[in-house]
Design a protein around this ligand. Sequence first.
Ligand SMILES: Cc1cc2nc3c(=O)[nH]c(=O)nc-3n(C[C@H](O)[C@H](O)[C@H](O)COP(=O)(O)O)c2cc1C
Length: 313
Amino acid sequence: MKNIWHDLPKPFFILAPMEAVTDVVFRQVIAKAAAPDLYFSEFTNATGWAAAGDKAIGGRLIKTNSEGPIIAQLWGSKPDAMAMLATHCKTLGFDGIDINMGCPDSSAVKSGGGAGMIRTPELAAEMIAAAKSSGLPVSVKTRLGYSRVDEWPAWLEHLLRQDIVNLTIHLRTKKEMSKVPAHHELIPAIKALRDKIAPDTLLTINGDIDTREDGERIAQETGIDGVMIGRGVFKNPFVFEKAPQVHTRDELLGLLKLQLDLHDKWDTLEHPRKFDPLKRFFKIYVRDFDGAAELRDKLMHAKSTDEVRAILA
Ligand SMILES: Cc1cc2nc3c(=O)[nH]c(=O)nc-3n(C[C@H](O)[C@H](O)[C@H](O)COP(=O)(O)O)c2cc1C
């Protein structure tokens, strides 16, 4: 079966999975602005889905047939549930499964999922094997360790021994959350470990890389295969552009209008979308031009997509 990870350029750029951000709507906005080489879905709980079906996952696996390539990011701590949802993701047309082993939220960790996996390496291996039973390529996204940075050699070696297609490392521990700068100084040593243990597993680095230029520099200096950018899209929605350009107010507001239209289009009876969470996106587009602060202020008082459209007009 086709493995899209092997078709990616070097270095490749991935839009990071971000809960309540990188859904079917926002991914299409980023695709319009400047597409990354690969997308991830928001993290989706396999245990919940196996127990209660689609209503347990709130539309997290909705995608269009035209977008992609795209990986379904799943989490949980029950191998059977992982195998079931991974197989379902194959029928949905996802190009791969990524297992989240890095989410620090207590809701995930309490049940043994997310960063909780770092403390149960044998179960982590079972989860990977379970996801592989879908026939899709399986990757892992994790952190350096649970509470100490020096956990990384043992933890990452264990993951690299599981014959995964890609390992993405958010260069912080679970305990560090996002409170300290990402440990970029460790990239060469992690790359050396990958080369020694699993030269065929791709290595993607994540954390505090906010521009494509930075990602390309790091990849050139260290030889990593891929770069994952998350919050960088909040600073610049055109972050994946190959040749950075200055963008006009109309281009930025055009992306906002696109997001409003897609929001309405995907606001369905089955998966209703609330207006208020849209507000956190306004600052992405309404910035860096004269009058941006005043416009943003007005938009924050709007109560519907039509009101936003009226203000923009
Ligand atoms: C709002 C938000 C939601 C996130 N949701 C997820 C998620 O669903 N799955 C995941 O693996 N990481 C998630 N993350 C972590 C990011 O994927 C990424 O690892 C982190 O933001 C560091 O990269 P950055 O410095 O480029 O943002 C989330 C981060 C943010 C800010």
